[in-house]
Write a protein that binds this ligand. Sequence first.
Ligand SMILES: Cc1cc2nc3c(=O)[nH]c(=O)nc-3n(C[C@H](O)[C@H](O)[C@H](O)COP(=O)(O)OP(=O)(O)OC[C@H]3O[C@@H](n4cnc5c(N)ncnc54)[C@H](O)[C@@H]3O)c2cc1C
Length: 443
Amino acid sequence: MSRLAVVGGGWAGLAAAVELRRAAPHADIHLFEAASEFGGRARGLEWQSPQGRVPIDHGQHLVLGAHRAFLRLLDDCRAACSQDPGSTHAFVWHCQGSALHFGRSAAPWGLIEGGIQTLADQIRGKSGGWPWAWQAAMLRLLWTAQQRRWTTSGTVSELLESLGQPQGLIEALWQPMAESALNTGITEAPAAIFLELLRRTVAGPRDSLAIWHPQENLSTAAVAPVVAWLRARGVGLHPRSRRRVAELRAAGFSGAVMAISPRHRPHTLADRAPGTAVPHPLPEPRWRGILTLFLLRPTGCEDPGRIDIVHPAGVGNIPLVRLHRPPGPWGQVEAWVASALPSREQPEAVADIRAQLRALALQRLESDGLSAEYLFEHHDPLATWACDNDGTQRPWRLPLPTNDGPMALRWAGDDGAEGLPATIESAVLSGQAAARALLSAVG
Ligand SMILES: Cc1cc2nc3c(=O)[nH]c(=O)nc-3n(C[C@H](O)[C@H](O)[C@H](O)COP(=O)(O)OP(=O)(O)OC[C@H]3O[C@@H](n4cnc5c(N)ncnc54)[C@H](O)[C@@H]3O)c2cc1C
């Protein structure tokens, strides 16, 4: 019987372990995670607020309906464990008093449905209108994304300019959207990846425009069912277990999926078998930070049944996405997310943004008669990597070894899905592919 390991219990590792178990029902499979909980960067947190326990996440996560691999994985594991699913919501983009609705379905229906609601809001005087020129320009870009795969090099800002997108629309919609999806400024982010994301979202299957949101947090709605599924199928689960490649070989594993982020890879490669060169130093991506401020309103909230994204916040030219999480007995939490922050390269500049946002959030709370205890700050300086090339050149992946003596190795992580940025979906796709490659290597 093969003995297989998965190292890293983030979404790449969870997906790899599920894939291995499905394809090799008799193998002895073990999942090792250094932290005390599974889920990695996309897991839930609990905030002990003045209202008691408030479920939030390790940074606000947006999961689009187009993230099929992740949602399918959840559906399969939930069906087996009968856990509470999250729900999907249509989203509305608010900007300077105007609201732009998106339907849940793929184009053209989602856009038509959204267009009708946007118009209805305007007629009822509920919101100001998005200028017609903006709406026409937006449709032109979405149409381009749907019609063809973009192979030209060039940045998002060059693409927007070449398609005659108005400056106001760029600032109100495309810039914050691209920066939060690609974790990179539009003058650096590749147009090819941005268009691929739009294509998957707009031209994807049913519900691809909707945003999935956990009922409570990512741990309860997503991590727990997958972990329960693995446990029920005899996969050895080992939290608080950091493993190196050499330790796995010594323990008699015939193959391993190393599902860990680039910054942890050098550590796992130390002490490899004599004669197998360890690339040193391993290159690292340009890390980008994400700052999330969670503001709690204990009373007076209703379930909007949709996700409202509000932009901008008024701090310099930082695009900020503000999102209302579905309410619960604790009240309602609003998340403010600033992405693509050069937290490692320019810590002082980011500290300044953080101070300004905090001041703005406190002002907001004060106007509702609430104190600083109703604010929770989360800053991950190594949240994601800058998506500054089209994905075909990710230098930090190139030297990764595919064996350690007789043990086969495959690598996974959110940087392993070619042509896609760092997302839970990329992690899942990469974990699944690495598991399949490992199985064909060990036979
Ligand atoms: C604040 C924030 C906001 C984000 N927003 C979004 C979003 O809106 N939408 C979206 O799709 N994505 C978002 N992301 C990105 C998403 O969270 C990641 O792309 C994804 O979770 C990465 O999964 P992974 O498995 O590749 O890596 P990780 O989650 O980093 O998992 C790797 C795991 O390996 C473990 N590990 C490392 N070394 C070892 C070892 N030697 N032995 C055992 N275990 C080890 C680590 O503890 C970790 O748990 C966001 C990320 C952050 C931080």
